[in-house]
Design a protein around this ligand. Structure first.
Ligand code: SF4
Ligand code: SF4
Length: 480
């Protein structure tokens, strides 16, 4: 229930963004590939910065401060900074969306995501220190205080940034430089683990979205070039200096708590997030595979978005086997099996007769206006429209006009794509009677803009003459 409400919110926000950006390039729809793309932009622009960056703290301070906002170096620096900010915002948003969509209980993906969030923050902190200005001094001081609060690092570390010998800070600079590079490589490994159990992970958003995002970063870089603050000194702690609000958010806790208290807050928060998959897990309707029917065609293993079906060799041949710990209960495998060998409690067969003449086949949790809850409409919900078997849909089309209303952001990643490919006859199992699809079926994306079109289409099929019904009867004769 909570997950359905969450899905609703995501769908509303997605629709609102779709109105502005156009649905095919809706950033929320491509949030995850957009994050990997922003990571790639941050890495490439960071490598560009690195080419011009001197590896000594005192030179770095003067050289970086001298980069004009409109020089190549300045633009690379600004793009690097803004793409990193956008990446952190995107990663946090991705976590929130996973919770709202009820997919956070996949523990490996959830825990690796949390670790990656920490790594992204660590990369940001070390990056700010490398600028070696007063912001670096303040952040360095706060980071050192935080580290000292863990009990592992000496308290004297923080004093280096206030009243210490400037030359003694060289070691901190080298650790920050090494950490910035090492954590970036670690993030790549984290990404590999995070995506390892996804089938066909999408790493990049569509090309126009890639270009738009880079153009936006460049515009930001030109309008608001990132500038250094005054050079780092150790006599006064610059507490009034401007710091990045996203990356420094955790460090600001030191304003209110002692450093051990911040660790305590972070520890409690971290443990609460880490155990969320265990405490928040909802019952998943696992499918059952009928081995009597299974002929080992592998289509279900190919179509499962979460690699939850594997093929195993048995005495009586190759059979599909479910890995329940990976299964999210999307039921896409039900629609994948040409032999009708997979059943799911959340996607029972479509049963006629239905109390209406226009069937709205929708993804679960999709908010629809009240008028679509009455005759002539009858609504059938499935976890995803991609879980409806093509042959069952064909049977339904013989007697009803059917509108497939799918999410803008496919909760189960591949459901919409598989459904569209089957309807277009490009994926097994296909709808054989193409005319039925053309005349009796409407496919719309969930959007308040679609309602009037949906109503007009339904009126056309229902309007007194019974054209659809009569035509269907003729076609039934034809196809038998
Ligand atoms: S229900 Fe979904 S996740 Fe589970 S096996 Fe079927 S396709 Fe895979
Ligand atoms: S799609 Fe059906 S027949 Fe093919 S391997 Fe899976 S269960 Fe077996």
């Amino acid at each position: 229930m909570a997950a359905s409400r969450g899905r609703r919110w995501v769908e509303w926000v997605c629709a609102a963004l779709g109105q502005v950006s156009g649905s095919p390039y809706n950033p929320l729809r491509f949030l995850e590939p957009l994050c990997t793309w922003l990571f790639a932009v941050a890495v490439v622009s960071g490598l560009g910065v690195f080419v011009f960056y001197p590896l000594s703290p005192w030179e770095a301070s003067a050289v970086v401060a001298g980069w004009s906002g409109y020089s190549v170096q300045g633009l690379l620096r600004s793009v690097h900074r803004y793409s990193s900010d956008a990446l952190l915002a995107g990663v946090v948003l991705h976590g929130v969306v996973m919770v709202l969509e009820g997919k956070f209980w996949r523990w490996l993906e959830w825990l690796s995501g949390l670790v990656m969030l920490g790594i992204v923050v660590g990369i940001g902190w070390s990056g700010f220190v490398l600028v070696w200005d007063t912001q670096a001094q303040l952040l360095g001081f706060l980071i050192a205080r935080l580290l000292a609060g863990s009990g592992i690092f000496p308290v004297a570390l923080a004093r280096l940034f206030l009243g210490g010998e400037a030359t003694e800070l060289g070691g901190f600079f080298r650790v920050a430089l090494f950490g910035h590079i090492a954590l970036t490589l670690l993030l790549l490994i984290g990404l590999w683990i995070h995506l390892g159990r996804l089938s066909r992970p999408r790493l990049l958003p569509p090309l126009p979205l890639q270009l738009w995002s880079v153009a936006l970063l460049l515009v930001m870089a030109l309008l608001f070039p990132v500038r250094s603050q005054s050079a780092l000194g150790t006599q006064v702690l610059p507490i009034a200096v401007e710091v990045d609000p996203l990356y420094a958010a955790v460090l600001w806790l030191l304003r209110w708590f002692p450093s051990w208290g911040v660790w305590l807050v972070l520890g409690i928060f971290g443990i609460a997030l880490a155990v969320l998959p265990a405490v928040g897990r909802q019952a998943v309707g696992h499918p059952q595979i009928d081995w009597e029917r299974c002929d080992g065609c592998q289509q279900c293993a190919l179509d499962c978005p979460y690699e939850a079906i594997v093929m195993r060799q048995f005495e009586n041949g190759m059979k599909a086997q479910l890995l329940p710990e990976r299964c999210v209960g999307c039921a896409l495998c039900v629609a994948a099996c040409p032999e009708h060998g997979i059943r799911s409690p959340v996607a029972p067969p479509l049963a006629a007769p239905l109390p209406g003449r226009v069937v709205l086949l929708t993804c679960a949790g999709m908010p629809l206006p009240e008028r679509f809850a009455r005759a002539p409409f009858v609504r059938i919900e499935r976890p995803c429209v991609g879980s409806v078997h093509a042959e069952q849909l064909q049977e339904l089309l013989r007697s009803y006009a059917v509108a497939v209303v799918h999410c803008q952001r496919c909760v189960y990643r591949l459901g919409e794509q598989w459904a569209m490919e089957r309807l277009a006859g490009q994926r097994r199992p296909r709808i054989r009677h193409r005319a039925l699809v053309q005349q009796q079926l409407l496919v719309v994306e969930w959007s308040p803009r679609a309602w009037s079109h949906l109503e007009a289409w339904a009126r056309q099929h229902v309007s007194g003459d019974g054209v659809a019904q009569q035509h269907t009867a003729e076609q039934r004769q034809e196809t038998r």
